[in-house]
Write a protein that binds this ligand. Sequence first.
Ligand code: ZN
Length: 121
Amino acid sequence: MSSNIRVNRVCQYCGHDFVAKKTTSRTCSDHCAKMFYKARQKAAKMEQSDNETLAIKAKPIEEVKIKEFLNIADASKLLGVSRWTLQRLIRRCALPAIKFGNRTIISRQRINDMFSSNPHC
Ligand SMILES: [Zn+2]
């Protein structure tokens, strides 16, 4: 059922002025409506993809936060420093670590102790 009202609107897809027969019309033509729908779907998919990427990136740090003993890679992720910086600290005995075969294990408690006994503060 068509109405007799005429409303001046601006197309949300192409930006041109048009006369709408309904107050809810957002686009000037069927083509613009399809393209506007497609653009919204694309934006929603991109946002969902970005959210999934952020969740994947955040997951490893959440796993590291609950561990009591960390390897070099986990400790560097937790502290935001490079693995070489950590190995330098371990070599200088500034950060206690234990070798299990080829693996170096750092106690999370020792990392926390470093911050509480910092001589620069
Ligand atoms: Zn349009």
